[in-house]
Design a protein around this ligand. Structure first.
Ligand SMILES: Cc1cc2nc3c(=O)[nH]c(=O)nc-3n(C[C@H](O)[C@H](O)[C@H](O)COP(=O)(O)O)c2cc1C
Length: 364
């Protein structure tokens, strides 16, 4: 590698090609996001489950969610002295999708990442100034978005996140596909999604790899495959700055990849989680007691699902190992310590410099 490339999304640029992944409920909060930006990456706040009072009635839930997202964006801007690039992650499956996008846009957000469903109407709710980044796991999904945005809005994505099957959180793969992750590797997905961009004359749109990017070597590998950047979730949960409870962080670093499992989520997709006591109960078909004062997910039927995901993620954030749901990437075996996020960026910088000087030496 000649030198570490910068990442550019629309008019927003970061020194390192690393996006700190949006992680709900309060894991990817202002503190983590600001720290990622300070280190030279891009920071992303997840819009879901912010604030103290989000679990009120339906009416209050929408208003509280708007207020809490505004607050978190302002906090991140304050912590960085207004620096960016600062983005939000807003999932299509949320019942307050449109209002969350409008809130982020009104707060002057730099870019919006949107997945967990196809963000076909995203350009309708956002202003031109804001860079728009869909999340996909297949060339087919990317093509559908590109075609629809071009036809309806004369707009191209400013970048696309490509989530592979080893990714953390919700997975846009069937259980059968998840049993054969090599067939859908990030390397293969790069070629297929790049082909879509080329066919639509959008070759310059950056593609960003997500899933099991845990050490600096993974970042360089993704760049070698052709990606312009990476998005990192699980490694950044286990940082001093992340919003996850201390008990939760300890659970992540003491677990390995064999301690993870995919279960079906109230979101309507498989979700990869640590085998916690709650997960064992869900796997044995037991229903957790819960009330649903608001409906946060379009896809959730409170009479059918075995647990409330918002509540379980809130328990994880609070450090309740028994009742918490700990979403994770597959690559836990390589996440063994809690670090300041700066250490990851410093190590990446060192590795990139070493690679670049060996490239110079090997030049004919
Ligand atoms: C705890 C956790 C919460 C997440 N929350 C969200 C979310 O709110 N919205 C979303 O689109 N993706 C979410 N994700 C997926 C991440 O944005 C990211 O793409 C993924 O974690 C990358 O894989 P890795 O964890 O192996 O690095 C979440 C992932 C984790 C582990």
């Amino acid at each position: 590698m000649k030198e570490m490339p910068k990442l550019k999304i629309g008019k927003y640029e970061s020194r390192y090609p690393v996006i700190q992944a949006g992680m709900g409920v309060r894991v990817g909060n202002a503190a983590l996001t600001a720290a990622a930006i300070e280190c030279g990456g891009m920071g992303v706040i997840s819009s879901v489950g912010l604030g103290e009072d989000f679990h009120r009635s339906l009416k209050d839930y929408e208003i509280e969610s708007e207020k809490n997202l505004s607050k978190e964006i302002r906090k991140a801007r304050e912590l960085t002295g207004g620096k960016g690039p600062l983005g939000v992650n807003i999932m299509v499956v949320l019942t307050n999708y449109e209002s969350m996008i409008k809130t982020a846009v009104n707060e002057g957000i730099d870019f919006i990442i949107s997945g967990a469903g196809l963000p076909l109407r995203l350009p309708e709710f956002a202003k031109d100034r804001v860079a728009l980044v869909p999340v996909v796991s297949s060339a087919r999904a990317l093509e559908l978005i590109v075609r629809t945005w071009q036809r309806k809005y004369k707009k191209a994505p400013d970048a696309a996140i490509i989530e592979g099957p080893l990714c953390g959180g919700h997975l846009a793969f069937t259980n059968e596909q998840l049993d054969n992750p090599k067939e859908y590797s990030l390397e293969i997905l790069y070629r297929e999604t790049k082909d879509v961009l080329d066919r639509y004359s959008l070759g310059g749109v950056p593609l960003i790899a997500a899933g099991a990017i845990s050490v600096p070597e993974d970042v360089l590998k993704a760049i070698e495959w052709g990606y312009q950047g990476v998005q990192i979730g699980t490694r950044f949960i286990c940082t001093e700055e992340s919003g996850m409870s201390e008990e939760g962080k300890k659970l992540y670093v003491s677990s390995g990849s064999n301690d993870t499992v995919t279960i079906s989520s109230p979101v309507g997709m498989p979700v990869r989680v640590i085998k916690s006591p709650l997960v064992e109960r869900v796997l044995s078909g037991k229903k957790e007691p819960f009330a649903c004062p608001y409906k946060c997910l379009r896809s959730c039927d409170k009479n059918k699902v075995l647990f409330c995901i918002a509540r379980a993620l809130l328990y994880a954030w609070k450090g309740n190992i028994d009742k918490g749901l700990f979403m994770t990437g597959y690559d836990l075996s390589r996440v063994n310590d809690i670090i300041p996020i700066k250490k990851f960026f410093d190590d990446l910088d060192k590795l990139a410099r070493a690679e670049s000087s060996s490239h110079q030496e090997n030049r004919p």
